[in-house]
Design a protein around this ligand. Structure first.
Ligand code: AMP
Length: 381
């Protein structure tokens, strides 16, 4: 089976690493001129001339990032199967469509307004702050990621609102009520071509400045109702979109145990990298099994696992690999501020032992924030 991937970053590379043992081969279509996937074949296509060549070499197409022109995916669908579909892509790349779908499916999400001018922005900020007595989070409707294209306002002062409009406005924005969450979690699920679904255990995620730093799964003392709630929400999305492949849903957990959907990604996700070393089948393998029509693999966790992102600066591999249960995944990228260069997966026999390992390893990674988890008293870290 020849799999075509739109995009050629680290997610594409990790898909290929998981697909080779299944006998799959990969062709990447890169439009950035800067591919990092260093496996399989990459077509660099900055001026849109390689599509026919790409299509002639693949049996099925998927993608590893969602900021793709929907028209391109629709065109590919005329020639080859594409999973997830262009409809799923269209919804997931637009926060307005995504929120409308959450609402349609009765999935709770922060109250929001869509705005497209300074006046409507001012109105929305004033309304939400007055109503909830909480700050607002303002995001671009398309193309934001890793906290880019976002702002938080605590008051509705016209100076603050104007400054936000000047920085990220001039295009459609979404204004959301700020949620005082107790933690951020995500659920990853995979749906196959005949509609079978498997769910991974939810992970707790820690972001700093909008960038994911730690994902821990499975969660100690996880309330089964919480897992069931998350599964119910993502299952509704998978079925409504007639989805094939891995879908990720990021959620806020509130103090009363209620989950609220933040956003979703139509692809393998950074908060699922722990599955490479901590689950019976990784998210990468399961995505490929789904898009190539193979039976899905078990999604059970094998042991407590934590993914720690390596951002901006590499650690010393000699030192890191001395740690028992540490798996290093480097993406072959040059060091640069805020850049994801790789990650480590740490596995241990118990959550307590894992917390101790995380603490040790965080100190070996330059620029790593101090670990902090909702279930771990500071004394454990
Ligand atoms: P996003 O790009 O939507 O995932 O937002 C990046 C990060 O900003 C999230 O992981 C949260 O930490 C924070 N955030 C986004 N929206 C909200 C919200 N409505 N209330 C509180 N925090 C938020």
């Amino acid at each position: 089976m020849r799999v075509g991937i739109l995009g050629a970053g680290q997610l594409g590379q990790m898909l290929a690493l998981a697909g080779y043992p299944l006998g799959q081969r990969f062709v990447f279509l890169d439009t950035t001129g800067n591919p990092s996937a260093d496996i399989g074949q990459t077509l660099i296509d900055k001026d849109n001339t390689c599509l026919a060549e790409f299509l002639s070499q693949v049996d099925v197409v998927s993608y590893e990032f969602e900021h793709l022109p929907v028209a391109l995916v629709r065109e590919i669908e005329q020639h080859k199967p594409v999973y997830p579909s262009s409809r799923a892509l269209q919804v997931c790349q637009n926060r307005g469509l995504e929120k409308a779908l959450f609402t349609q499916l009765a999935i709770p999400t922060p109250e929001y307004h869509l705005v497209d001018s300074l006046e409507t922005l001012q109105q929305a900020v004033t309304d939400l702050i007055n109503k909830h007595n909480k700050p607002v989070v303002i995001k671009t409707v398309t193309e934001g990621y890793d906290g880019k294209g976002q702002a938080v306002l605590k008051t509705a002062s016209s100076e603050g609102v104007t400054a936000v409009w000047q920085r990220i406005g001039g295009r459609e924005l979404i204004v959301e009520a700020f949620i005082d969450f107790v933690r951020e979690v995500s659920i990853i699920a995979v749906r196959g071509q005949v509609g079978e679904v498997r769910f991974y255990p939810i992970a707790e995620n820690h972001h700093v400045d909008g960038i994911l730093r730690y994902s821990f799964a499975p969660l100690p003392n996880l309330n089964t109702d919480l897992q069931a709630q998350a599964e119910g929400y993502i299952n509704a999305l998978l079925n409504e979109l007639d989805y094939v492949g891995v879908l990720t849903l990021e959620l806020f957990q509130q103090a009363n145990g209620q989950l609220m959907a933040n956003e979703m990604a139509p692809r393998v996700h950074n908060s699922g990298h722990w599955t490479q070393n901590g689950a019976a089948t990784s998210q990468f393998e399961n995505h490929l099994r789904a898009v190539t029509g193979l039976p899905l693999g078990a999604t059970t966790a094998l042991s407590p696992t934590c993914m720690v992102n390596i951002i901006a600066k590499n650690g010393d591999a000699q030192q890191l690999l001395q740690e028992e249960g540490l798996h290093l995944h480097l993406y072959g990228k040059e060091e640069r501020a805020s850049r994801k260069l790789g990650h480590v997966n740490l596995v241990a026999a118990s959550s307590e032992a894992l917390l101790a390992k995380i603490n040790k390893v965080a100190k070996l990674l330059p620029d790593s924030p101090a670990p902090c988890f909702s279930f771990a008293p500071e004394s454990q870290l």
